[in-house]
Ligand binder design. Structure first.
Ligand SMILES: Nc1ncnc2c1ncn2[C@@H]1O[C@H](COP(=O)(O)OP(=O)(O)OP(=O)(O)O)[C@@H](O)[C@H]1O
Ligand SMILES: [Mg+2]
Length: 235
């Protein structure tokens, strides 16, 4: 589904991503874990073309994304639920979800079906569908950001800290939903501070330290590694 080969990303002189390579296979949940500032968000932004790598290549479904316009990434089947709940705050919940489906060429009926699925996953959004999105609580905005990404019917979904700022009971809920989305056929690249939960649902993981991948492997195996437990899983 996705192959990242030897990319470097800079912010001016800051070398944020250093020769990183990884892949995500169709149907997988892959997680990137690492401390604050390790470069996780930078990687997702580079994949969705918000940032440009200085070198290396990113291959999505066999195509180098170099020549693709950022707004066309969604047509290529990639959706990004960004960090910090970037929703359209002046629009209603319903309008935000409709914006998510904007690029789809299938029937309104199909889109309506997916809207119902989003509302089933996030009943709170249904109750509040006519509310201005900017007035939703933080957690509700997080749900809306995910719902909106789902409305584009992505083949691969990039999720940046989906559990951030959620109450513990909602954290469980969100991880269940991520697993459901995956089971329904969407490949997922998940970035999480909550490494324990991310590793529980992931197939594979890559561990980042200051812009470099230091370890990778089967998620369950990584969870049992002493040095990973100590550094990322609270011992
Ligand atoms: N716009 C920017 N200009 C300069 N440096 C930046 C910019 N955005 C990020 N950085 C730096 O790049 C590094 C990686 O940041 P990034 O946001 O990718 O980390 P992260 O792993 O997502 O961290 P967190 O877990 O805190 O979200 C950090 O050192 C950060 O300060
Ligand atoms: Mg981040």
């Amino acid at each position: 589904m996705l192959q990242v080969q030897n990319i470097d990303v800079y912010y001016g002189k800051i070398h944020a991503i250093k020769n990183i390579s990884f892949e995500v296979k169709k149907g997988e949940i892959v997680t990137l874990i690492g401390a604050n500032g390790a470069g996780k968000t930078t990687i997702l932004k580079t994949l969705s073309k918000v940032l440009k790598p200085a070198n290396g290549s990113i291959i999505l479904k066999g195509n180098d994304i170099k020549g693709i316009q950022p707004h066309d990434m969604i047509k290529m089947g990639m959706a990004h639920a960004p960090e910090g709940r970037r929703i359209f705050s002046q629009m209603t919940v319903l309008e935000n979800l409709e914006m998510g489906a904007f690029i789809r060429k299938d029937s309104k009926d199909e889109q309506q079906k997916d809207m119902e699925t989003v509302f089933r996953r996030f009943p709170r959004l249904k109750e509040r569908k006519n509310q201005i999105a900017g007035t939703l609580s933080g957690g509700e905005q997080q749900m809306l950001a995910i719902g909106r990404a789902l409305m584009s019917k992505p083949e691969i979904l990039l999720m940046d800290e989906p559990s951030m700022g959620l109450a513990p009971i909602l954290v469980d809920e969100i991880f269940n939903i991520i697993e459901d989305i995956n089971k329904a056929g969407t490949t997922i690249l998940l970035v999480e501070q909550n490494a324990n939960r991310a590793l529980q649902i992931a197939n594979r993981a890559y561990v980042l330290e200051t812009g470099k991948i230091v370890t990778s492997g089967d998620a369950k195996e990584l969870m049992n590694k002493e040095e990973i437990r100590k550094a990322y899983l609270g011992g």
